[in-house]
Design a protein around this ligand. Structure first.
Ligand code: SF4
Ligand code: SF4
Length: 376
């Protein structure tokens, strides 16, 4: 029969950053919180995430006895700065579709358990971060993220992966608490551009840029366009400003070659002009929260990021994309971006489009012309 130590040794051999054990007791407090906060989290049930069901491990594996949590440290190698500007780091080497990185390690660990008579499930809807804290692997930050206790320089750049198993193991001492130093004056809360962080370890996910970039409905409201800055898919701002992360961020590291190879294919101009075949081949296997039917949102995000860059090199691309796209949400954001850059070429383009459009696109063009005029 496998012991805890056998599993710890195997996790080390597979190069997981850390491992802990907890019971298969339901996560009652999380369940209560989710049920009380349906206004904030109801969308998650609507898109089929099943977060409430995931609070009871027995809904995942009927004979659940323990939860084994392993940590993957995903920021061991550096990412190209041009990608960090637009994408959350955790998505840059995400193999949940390609299954050629972390997935192989998880599979190997599950095979090891199976070969020793232990059934396991790796649910997507179990509260992974809370499982990790209950397994003694770390604490929370006021930005609602999980911080490792021993791995990855005690930073938040870790993925907890929970395996529900049908065998009982002694549990680790839980570390479910806030681990922020008293002297930090809530840097994350102050830095959050869209005021998603509430300051009491609560977040309104509907205001979080990460959520807005891949699930935001319709045209991004005017008041969020500037705060969302250069983000196209995800946001790392509350992690970048956190003093608990500084040592790990500043560490010397070698370049992640897998991610480097993707960089050219993820340039803003490519995203702005991409068609479905390009998206399905180059983008979706790595960033899959939006389907090919949501290309409009990718393009809208790329146009917004271009506008916020204020870079005149993007004007020609935005003008071309306006003529290529019939989607009003994309056209409106392109108009806004041209107004935000606001040079002579952008104004000429807007004036041309003003004469050939109507409805909300025309309204947006008029606002863009007014804002460009005000800047000059
Ligand atoms: S990820 Fe960005 S938008 Fe979301 S809470 Fe952190 S700083 Fe705010
Ligand atoms: S920025 Fe400060 S308050 Fe926010 S998570 Fe980091 S240490 Fe905690």
């Amino acid at each position: 029969m496998l012991t805890r130590q056998d599993i710890i040794e195997e996790a080390k051999r597979l190069k997981f950053a850390d491992i802990g054990f907890t019971t298969a007791e339901p996560f009652e407090s999380q369940r209560d919180y989710l049920l009380k906060s349906q206004e904030t989290y109801g969308w998650a049930e609507t898109v089929g995430l099943g977060l409430v069901a995931g609070t009871d491990p027995k809904n995942i594996l009927a004979g659940a006895k323990s939860i084994i949590v392993v940590l993957e440290s995903y920021f061991e190698e550096s990412f190209p700065p041009q990608l960090e500007r637009h994408f959350g780091r955790c998505y840059l080497d995400d193999d949940r579709v390609t299954k050629d990185g972390m997935a192989l390690k998880i599979k190997a660990l599950r095979n090891f358990l199976r070969d020793n008579g232990i059934d396991s499930k790796v649910p997507f809807n179990l509260p992974h971060r809370l499982s990790a804290a209950r397994a003694g692997l770390g604490t929370f930050g006021k930005n609602c993220l999980f911080y490792a206790r021993r791995a990855a320089g005690e930073s938040s750049f870790v993925f907890p992966i929970a395996l529900v198993v049908d065998c009982e193991f002694p549990a680790d001492e839980p570390t479910v608490s806030i681990g922020c130093p008293d002297w930090c004056r809530n840097a994350c809360v102050a830095a959050c551009p869209t005021r998603a962080l509430k300051g009491d370890c609560k977040i309104d996910p509907r205001r979080c840029i990460s959520f807005l970039t891949y699930y935001g409905e319709g045209l991004t409201p005017m008041e969020l366009r500037e705060p969302m800055g250069l983000c196209v898919y995800g946001c790392d701002r509350c992690q970048n400003v956190c003093p608990r992360n500084i040592n790990w961020i500043q560490r010397e590291r070698s370049q992640n070659q897998r991610v480097l190879k993707k960089a050219a294919g993820l340039e803003l101009t490519r995203l702005l002009h991409m068609d479905k075949p390009y998206f399905l081949q180059k983008v979706w296997p790595h960033m899959f929260y939006m389907s090919a039917d949501d290309l409009w949102r990718w393009k809208m995000n790329a146009a917004r990021a271009m506008g916020n860059s204020r870079h005149p090199d993007y004007v020609g691309e935005l003008i071309r994309a306006f003529t290529e796209n019939s989607d009003e949400r994309v056209r409106c954001m392109i108009a806004w971006a041209l107004g935000r850059i606001g040079n002579q070429e952008a104004i000429s383009g807007l004036k041309r489009f003003d004469a050939m459009t109507d409805g909300i696109v025309r309204d947006e063009i008029k606002q863009a012309l007014a804002s460009a005029g005000a800047k000059r």
